[in-house]
Ligand binder design. Sequence first.
Ligand SMILES: Nc1ncnc2c1ncn2[C@@H]1O[C@H](COP(=O)(O)OP(=O)(O)OP(=O)(O)O)[C@@H](O)[C@H]1O
Ligand SMILES: Nc1ncnc2c1ncn2[C@@H]1O[C@H](COP(=O)(O)OP(=O)(O)OP(=O)(O)O)[C@@H](O)[C@H]1O
Ligand SMILES: [Mg+2]
Ligand SMILES: [Mg+2]
Lengths: 255, 255
Amino acid sequence: MKCIAVTNEKGGVAKTTTTVNLGAALAEMGYSVLLVDMDAQANLTLAVGADPQEIRVTILDILLENYPSAEALWKPTKIERLHLLGGNPSLNLAERLLPHQPGYETLLQKKLPFIGARFDYVILDSPPFLGALMSNALAAADTALIPTQAEFFSIYALRNVLALIRRIREQYNPTLSYRLLLTMFDQRNRIHRTLYQYLHDHFAEGLTETVIPIDTRLRESAIAGTPIIQHAPKSRAALQYRVLAQEIIHHVEET
Amino acid sequence: MKCIAVTNEKGGVAKTTTTVNLGAALAEMGYSVLLVDMDAQANLTLAVGADPQEIRVTILDILLENYPSAEALWKPTKIERLHLLGGNPSLNLAERLLPHQPGYETLLQKKLPFIGARFDYVILDSPPFLGALMSNALAAADTALIPTQAEFFSIYALRNVLALIRRIREQYNPTLSYRLLLTMFDQRNRIHRTLYQYLHDHFAEGLTETVIPIDTRLRESAIAGTPIIQHAPKSRAALQYRVLAQEIIHHVEET
Ligand SMILES: Nc1ncnc2c1ncn2[C@@H]1O[C@H](COP(=O)(O)OP(=O)(O)OP(=O)(O)O)[C@@H](O)[C@H]1O
Ligand SMILES: Nc1ncnc2c1ncn2[C@@H]1O[C@H](COP(=O)(O)OP(=O)(O)OP(=O)(O)O)[C@@H](O)[C@H]1O
Ligand SMILES: [Mg+2]
Ligand SMILES: [Mg+2]
């Protein structure tokens, strides 16, 4: 079992879109995948067509050991081999409840073998906030996948996320690696091209080869509650998320 | 003095871009404006060309009354009549420190007359998180300005933000109004047009008449650390943010 934390403090950089579509691409290739929604917005839950109001047990309940043992922790989605541990607004309480637990940053690291044992991949979608849930995700993960746009605020955000990754690596998770993924890239936009070059110059080995282009079919797939692989199998975004899945498999198997 | 809270749980919907440019448009019209960065990402601080590492006192220090009294709370920016109460990563501690204070949700409401007395407008940029800082912003504000994209996750996020506004209105701030602002609108995109129609049908009187189009000059102005009004005064975005300023003035003066 390998665990991937999709994370970035910057909002709206396609963390959720990457989590659901990377997961669906891995499932299409035959891997069994668990998606975990760690964001109170519950967009990952929506992205697979589930209803946040029907989610009884979230990752927060599991970390606090506060759920009926008979309740199933994850549910299948309409996509074969793709399962969901859903989210709902109660995840907002994490920042208040978790820090009081001893060793709170490694609660997920300890629970993951129990939650993820049956899966080939567990992919965590984190909220846009450098808090307790994000540090849990990084402490538990084999690799952090950091979606970023080729825009100023997104690139500035990298310093804090990479600093957190360094701290978590030193304190809890020595083999934690990371990959930066350029998302919503508009080839025709001069700023995007210039800042992509900047990312290449400053983060060369950390950047994935795969780039996700801007593709309105992804907006449609969010509305449809269906990953792009199923919603528009021949779209540019579907193709690129399949290529990304290949690249991530190589990366996690190597490290 | 009127206070505007620019807020939305959804990440990347142009909260910061709207705060800096609405502020600059009001300053251009002759109003004195204080911008308050309530986000640990400190993007508002960057957007006016300031350095988050040089910010000694943040809004969190003020709410906790934990700052040297001789220190100036705000600094001028390079734009006349536009001032900044800056942010830095220490704002991340707000969710842990504030909830222990008695009546923590109204700390800013009580302090605002002291902080904002000399200004015509105080504009608050909040983080993408339904937490203590956002509720403080809403309890203190005359009106909430909610930037939203014409996209599925953004529209879904409105239910939680409007529910929070209703609660804050009932508990602490009975005259709190709100306005939804469509941002990054791409007229050529079918999904954007369809969901804009949906917003009109479901939120008619709450929606501003002004729409902010997608305009790459805004990406440039973020890099330049200069509001669009100064960076590209004749751009579509500069024009629309000036129109928005007019509309907001009417709205807050009416209520
Ligand atoms: N490549 C793309 N092309 C076009 N639209 C995209 C693309 N990737 C994501 N989007 C859209 O952009 C918006 C932001 O993406 P998403 O919600 O996945 O980001 P996020 O980082 O998870 O946001 P948050 O910080 O709020 O969790 C969504 O409306 C999504 O549908
Ligand atoms: N109208 C627009 N046209 C083009 N780009 C825009 C527009 N408005 C904002 N942007 C860009 O989109 C990105 C998101 O905007 P911004 O950072 O202001 O959103 P935010 O809601 O403050 O994000 P966060 O949730 O991370 O605080 C930024 O890179 C910004 O420069
Ligand atoms: Mg998300
Ligand atoms: Mg912002």
